[in-house]
Ligand binder design. Sequence first.
Ligand code: DHB
Length: 398
Amino acid sequence: MNAKITRRHTLAAFALAATALSPFAAHAEDVVKVGVILPMTGPSASTGREIAAAIKLFQAQKGDKAGGKKVEVIIKDDTGVADITKRLAQELIVNDKASVIAGFGLTPLALAVAPIATQAKVPAVVMAAGTAIITEASPYIVRTSFTLPQNTMPIAQWAVKNGIKKVVTLVTDYGPGIDAEKTFVATIKENGGQVLDSLRSPLKNPEFAPFLQKAKDLKPDALFLFVPSGQGAALMKQVSERDFAKEGIKVIGTGDVTDDEQLNNMGDAVLGMITSHNYSADHDSPENKAYVAAFEKANPGLRPNFMSVGGYDGMALIYAALDKTKGDTNGTKLVEAMKGMSWTSPRGPISIDPETRDIIQNVYIRKVEKKNGQLYNVEFSTMANVKDPFKAAKAAKK
Ligand code: DHB
């Protein structure tokens, strides 16, 4: 027994010495670990698939060094369950010594890690979730995705400008859906419009048919829709079976509904649908053309969507922060470095609001059109540098 222990110790000591002597060995302190927690399986797996692909692309293009250190990404699957997100965040920080955690495919998952980020003083980069209050849940949260009020305001203003007076809203019944509903309803009412009903469908096992029938019976000028990424195709199939256009009802929404990952399979029934959003694979810029080409080359058959750019830009932010701190992984210093950072994303110019740690970005009004036989969200109008309207209103009151 004793002999065994001694032998093991000797071996361990030998291994350590060999590591220290080897000119090729990476010292532990030269590696920065980024723990990425995503729903890789389950109902939100498309979000995980898109973000993981974008992170891999980013590292393939830019290399694995930032601030003079090797950046090691560890991707973990929380299956979309908040208790698992929480456990994985703790394990990544305590066992793996992750200096940054990132990902978070749904609002409840991002909120679940907020207290852990605060306690551990580890930056949590939200690459997907979009409820406005998330960044207020911890001073260590920084967001590279979007907020629903930010993405909803422009389509609400478009509706007002286009003579839409009576509306019905149908959203998924949780944080981002309620943010979208609140923003849309407030803008319509402020402009003298009327909200005939605000309907909410459950996040799990959504059943759209009864809500859509109710919306149709109310005969609004427009039906406003929000569902999270991955549910758009199922919703639009039900919408197309009800021919709202024949009743003179416009169907509009946020771009989460006409999600680039699923859009091509939605069929011609979505042609002409107007939405507002922070990203379209069709965005006309050299950065985006290069991004889409590289993404599709690395992931045949998969089109990058708005979740993917949240992941790609999240990595860009982590690299830039490490460059700025010269590889110092102190969490407070990293968050400070992230504040006010600005760069050109495939989606257009973006920056991190130094006050709120939330993203400021362009939001585009788009129309579904066919290009070379493929369906795309074609941008036709831009609202530049949009700040989350809830936080902008709060800041104005101060
Ligand atoms: C959220 C998730 C989504 O898939 C989306 O499109 C918007 C918001 C969320 O849970 O915050």
